[in-house]
Design a protein around this ligand. Structure first.
Ligand SMILES: Cc1ncc(COP(=O)(O)O)c(C=O)c1O
Length: 418
């Protein structure tokens, strides 16, 4: 069990919940910290920190191995985390939840086990122009390893939406075996129409993997309602620790897929000649897993769930509206993406300012934003911004005053850079 968050009221009491995040109380370069880089990695509430410390101080041992008290307790905590994630995603069965190191590993797992183990030569994987490299490079590697699997890319519109006409065109010949697209862009903030994509892909005979690394933080995700085949997210963006991520997949798919990594804990039996695999999810969790991190992720999931999605989503909408209003009025500032459905991620370029110089200037004001191409080089090339952008991304603890503060700092920066 973990402590509840500071508030479970329908409106987020942001000032109060900020006190759960010890790191936010500090000053940076003599200024109040304004942390606007949660899209890269979110800060941790003390409920997560304390759950991990408690695990190490009171309940730590290896899992699935020992018939003694501590090992049983650790195993129970690890499997309880799986149950919590299954409820968080509304999965039909906790065995559909595979713990990985992060989203990147979850996608590589699918590329290896489904791409190499189940897909057939002549089939294609369809990604989009707005993918994070984590959902592009593994598919390029699959294409390039000589198995005859092609890679197609769905276009993004000038507004930063997934081009559904192009998606339909690229599905039309029935050769796409897997559509692998983001559920929310880490650059544009665009939330893609997951259920529509799934319906289109399934009608064309393709399976669907959704990269929920950003979406799972900003929206309630119901994998059964979405109807996808694979869904992944990463713990550290969801206020949990690094070193743990989640792959959700339909049990029938996990049953069909060969293992990704071999070793202890993923086998049913081993002789010197051959091995038989354990049933999922163990089949995909070779070696000692991230035990303490799973406990931390459990606490993070409990924390977010107790705050309540209606309150989280309302807070996010207020921040997005405020940011749209304040940032779009700044002369010389180009905002990327104008999607109808978007979350709290804003990438921008300021005339005459290199993104690294701009972020350094913002840092002097205590504002942390990310600068560069945010692991989405093809998307930056698509918008003619090869030099990169700055990105402000919001979390539960972001306030409307912080959005104003960013806008004011950008106005000053524009004067500075001329
Ligand atoms: C959309 C998206 N996909 C995948 C990832 C990769 O996450 P991780 O580095 O935790 O594997 C990120 C992280 O920035 C992301 O934003």
């Amino acid at each position: 069990m973990t402590d509840g968050p500071a508030s479970s009221a329908p409106r987020l009491d942001v000032e109060r919940l900020r006190r759960d995040f010890p790191i936010l109380a500090q000053t940076v370069r003599g200024r109040k910290l304004v942390f606007l880089d949660s899209g890269a990695s979110a800060q941790k509430p003390r409920q997560v920190i304390e759950a991990m410390v408690r695990c190490m101080e009171e309940r730590y041992a290896n899992v699935h191995r020992g018939a003694y008290f501590l090992s049983e307790a650790a195993t129970e905590a690890y499997e309880a985390a799986r149950g919590a994630v299954a409820r968080f995603l509304n999965a039909a069965d906790p065995r559909e939840v595979v713990f990985t190191r992060n989203s990147t590993e979850a996608i590589n797992l699918v590329a290896h086990a489904w791409g190499r183990g189940v897909m057939r030569p002549g089939q294609a994987v369809l990604v989009s122009e707005m993918e994070h490299h984590a959902n592009l490079v593994p598919w390029q590697m699959l294409r390039d390893d000589g198995r005859g699997i092609a890679l197609r890319v769905c276009r993004v519109t000038d507004d930063g939406e997934l081009d559904l006409e192009d998606l339909a065109a690229k599905l039309a010949d029935g050769k796409v075996g897997l559509v692998a697209v983001t559920h929310m862009s880490n650059v544009l903030g665009t939330v893609t129409p997951a259920e529509r994509i799934v319906a289109m892909a399934h009608a064309a005979g393709a399976k669907v993997l959704l990269d929920g690394s950003q979406a799972a933080v900003h929206r309630r995700v119901d994998v059964q309602a979405i109807g996808a085949d694979f869904y992944c997210f990463t713990g550290h963006k969801l206020y949990g620790p690094t070193g743990i991520g989640v792959l959700w997949a339909r049990l029938e798919h996990l049953d069909r897929m060969p293992p990704f990594l071999g070793g202890g804990d993923m086998i049913a039996s081993v002789t010197l000649e051959r091995s038989e695999w354990a049933p999922p999810p163990a089949k995909f969790e070779a070696g000692t897993p991230a035990i303490v991190e799973a406990v931390g992720l459990h606490a993070a999931v409990d924390y977010v769930t107790a705050l309540g999605w209606p309150a989280i989503e309302a807070h996010e909408r207020a921040l997005v509206d405020r940011a749209m209003r304040r940032l779009s009025g700044i002369e010389g500032l180009r905002l990327l993406g104008r999607a109808q459905d978007r979350g709290g991620v804003f990438s921008f370029a300021l005339d005459n300012a290199h993104p690294h110089d701009l972020s350094t200037l913002l840092d002097r004001a205590g504002i942390a934003v990310r600068a560069g191409r945010h692991c989405a080089e093809p998307l930056h090339a698509r918008f003619g911004l090869e030099g990169g952008t700055c990105r402000a991304s919001f979390g539960l603890y972001t306030t409307e005053e912080e959005v104003d503060f960013l806008a004011e700092a950008l106005v000053k920066a524009r004067e500075f850079f001329g």
